[in-house]
Write a protein that binds this ligand. Structure first.
Ligand code: ADP
Ligand code: DP6
Ligand code: CO
Length: 356
């Protein structure tokens, strides 16, 4: 009998914002990085991707992705690698149990929505590919662990491998040529440091001029400073950051976060021709954090910027009045909201564990 069913599964996935940044590929095809990285996964209550994956024997037009209401190209090698890997894993199950429907042979229809700016330096590719991989894994009822799925998500977008976990997450660069050890692992769950908060300042919701993929390739090809970054700076920052997280040492966490963001943006400036992701409002945010910390006599707030002008400030809940108070008075109208009615400052973005 013909199978007329439409099979469907959904998931949401969170954004993660790196405190030691991934920037550079040693193998662009397998999406293997030049360095390890660490991030903090943010709450899905504020920023998240919602993705529904469906498949049916009657879907005749091939695989498709509708992103934020618009049909998106799925012919790229990276999204194709995700589809291929997930289908292969499903096919193993179908071979082992011939009574299972042959979902691996059906076209996939994906519908995804980000509730925050896409391609603006707020890690949409991270939440986006984590959600894509998790939604298809749910549809295929794959038994794979988050670490195993992180291997697949990495091939869609490097930073996505870290969004398979909540809390404090490392992406170990690995050293195998086939990339089979380049995956995410949990440094500590969110509950380990539950008073950590992130404030997201949306300076611009516009699509960035240079995508992360292309920007990092230009840096690898042209920046001398970048070689210093991957050989010395990142290994030092990785060790210090893991220690700071394990011991809940906020002052150290903050210093390494800010230094690493600065080092990454210095490498962008050292790229030839240079890439500038920060604008004047971003720089005002840096100054605001500096003045908060100077007044406190210690680091109680830490700024970091991905490949875009938007600022993420980490702080501890007990410092919320000081940190939030300073930002609302210093930045005022320079920060634009990304949700109607929002002041632009997303406060109390709590951390949570894992993908729903
Ligand atoms: P960002 O700083 O937002 O991560 P990138 O340049 O790294 O920006 O990646 C943006 C790209 O990620 C988008 O152009 C799109 O191809 C992909 N992307 C973003 N959101 C999703 C999603 N929900 N599902 C699939 N792909 C997505
Ligand atoms: C600055 O993961 O978006 O946000 O692997 O090419 O998709 P691709 O790049 P992507 O790069 C993220 C760069 C970053 C730092 C980070 O998230 O670690
Ligand atoms: Co990205």
């Amino acid at each position: 009998m013909a199978d007329n069913k439409v099979y469907r599964a959904s998931t949401t996935a969170p954004v993660n914002i790196a405190v030691v940044k991934y920037w550079g590929k040693r193998d662009p095809k397998l999406n293997l990085p030049t360095n390890s990285s660490i991030s903090v996964t943010l709450s899905q209550a504020d920023l998240r991707t919602l993705t529904t994956a469906s498949c049916a024997a009657c879907f005749a037009d091939g695989d498709s992705l509708t992103l934020n209401g618009e049909l998106s190209d799925v012919s790229g090698a990276r999204i194709q690698a995700c589809f291929r890997e997930l289908r292969a894993r499903r096919a193993v199950l179908e071979t082992a149990d011939p009574s299972l429907p042959k979902l691996s042979r059906m076209a996939l229809k994906l519908v995804s929505e980000n509730n925050f700016p896409t391609a603006a330096g707020l890690a949409s590719s991270a939440a986006g590919f984590a959600a894509l991989v998790q939604a298809i894994a749910n549809l295929y009822e794959l038994p794979d662990s988050p670490a195993q799925l992180s291997l697949v998500a990495r091939q869609g977008s490097g930073s996505a491998c870290r969004s398979l976990f909540g809390g404090y997450v490392a992406w170990r660069m690995g050293d195998k040529e086939d990339g089979s050890d380049s995956m995410a692992d949990l440094v500590a769950p969110a509950s380990h440091w539950p008073n950590m908060r992130a404030l997201i300042l949306v300076v611009s919701a516009a699509k960035k001029g240079v995508s992360s993929t292309s920007g990092m390739q230009q840096t690898v090809a042209t920046s001398g400073l970048f070689r210093q970054r991957i050989s010395n700076i990142v290994p030092t920052n990785m060790a210090a950051m893991e220690q700071a997280i394990k011991t809940r040492d906020f002052a150290k966490f903050a210093e390494v976060t800010m230094r690493d963001s600065n080092s990454f943006h210095a490498c962008c400036a050292d790229t030839y021709p240079p890439i500038f992701y920060l604008n004047d409002v971003s720089k005002a945010a840096i100054r605001a954090v500096e003045s908060i910390n100077a007044k406190a006599g210690k680091a109680i707030a830490a700024y970091t910027f991905d490949a875009g002008p938007n600022c993420v400030v980490y702080y501890l809940d007990e410092e919320a009045p000081t940190v939030l108070g300073t930002f609302s008075s210093v930045l005022g109208s320079g920060v634009t909201g990304w949700k109607e009615g929002s002041a632009g400052i997303r406060s109390s973005v709590e951390l949570e564990d894992g993908i729903a």
